[in-house]
Design a protein around this ligand. Structure first.
Ligand SMILES: [Zn+2]
Length: 298
């Protein structure tokens, strides 16, 4: 499933190619993609201009010049792909956004868990209304661009975006919790954006066992956890995310990410730890599996 780095990579692609463009047409095929409300409501976006492309955790937030927000979640297998209007639809295309002067943004999702829904942030639309912000690769400015928008009420139950948390938030969120550390790292109410892959990588870089009771971390360990969360996610974004052997994750232009080649533990059971040489183990923690090095992680 795409996690924060993959969704952020998609967000940057959508921003780069469609920001400031007018939506000519929005077509939805099949009942599952828009399931929280009448799909016909999306017709209201026709003629609107895309004026912001935000993200919170694994949710994409497409903001329009009338204050509406189209929220998208890729779930297990969703892809948002750029295409020319003349290109035939790929199998499992469930929605097409056609933009003036920029072609199509198509939602392809074989497993149909992904979804779109319309929301309002209650905040005034971006007065820049169609101006294109600079597209530097500076992580801080890109993160600010991703989160400039107020969150719709539908996402109010999510924790802070995982790129924004420091040791103080983690300490408060984990205090008193007896659940394993990994279970809380992937809990979107605690931290939005981390899933199976990056939780394992973060625990390894922080030198913490994923099955430690989350509430028992000392201040120095919380600082390591916060630093590892930031560095792992930032490095994964720089690599365009992780495309696993199923090849499902692709950016807007259909390119694979390369962070899978930098994974230190995820998917490496039996291979030597890159720090100490001991074989990486695959353990079961609660209902989840986790990859870890029992010598490097305490
Ligand atoms: Zn090791």
């Amino acid at each position: 499933m795409p996690e924060l780095p993959e969704v952020e990579t998609v967000r940057r692609g959508v921003s780069r190619h469609y920001l400031g463009r007018k939506l000519l047409q929005l077509s939805v095929f099949g009942p599952r993609t828009v399931r929280r409300h009448d799909p016909g409501l999306l017709g209201a976006l026709r003629g609107r201009t895309l004026c912001s492309v935000g993200r919170h955790g694994k949710y994409l937030l497409l903001g329009w010049d009338d204050g509406q927000v189209l929220v998208a979640h890729l779930r297990m297998s969703g892809q948002l792909l750029a295409a020319k209007p003349s290109e035939p639809l790929l199998l499992h295309t469930h929605a097409v956004l056609r933009f003036s002067g920029a072609g199509d943004l198509r939602f392809v999702d074989p497993r149909t868990f992904g979804e779109f829904f319309l929301a309002w942030t209650g905040s005034a639309p971006n007065s820049a209304g169609g101006a294109r912000p600079p597209h530097g690769e500076d992580v801080a400015s890109m993160a600010a661009e991703a989160q400039a928008m107020a969150l719709p009420a539908e996402l109010a139950g999510l924790g802070p975006d995982a790129l924004d948390v420091g040791p103080a938030h983690l300490g408060a969120a984990l205090a008193g919790r007896r659940a394993p550390l990994k279970a809380l790292l992937v809990d979107q109410r605690v931290l939005a954006g981390v899933g199976n892959i990056y939780a394992d990588e973060i625990c390894f870089v922080a030198r913490l066992r994923p099955d430690r009771p989350a509430g028992g971390l000392r201040p120095a360990e919380l600082r390591r956890l916060a630093a590892a969360t930031h560095s792992v996610l930032t490095n994964a974004i720089a690599a365009g995310g992780s495309t696993l052997s199923d090849q499902r994750y692709r950016d807007v232009l259909g390119e694979a990410g390369s962070y899978q080649f930098e994974h230190k533990v995820y998917g490496r059971a039996g291979q030597p730890c890159l720090s100490c040489g001991r074989p990486i183990e695959r353990a079961t923690i609660g209902a989840k599996s986790a990859y870890l090095c029992r010598r490097c992680q305490r």
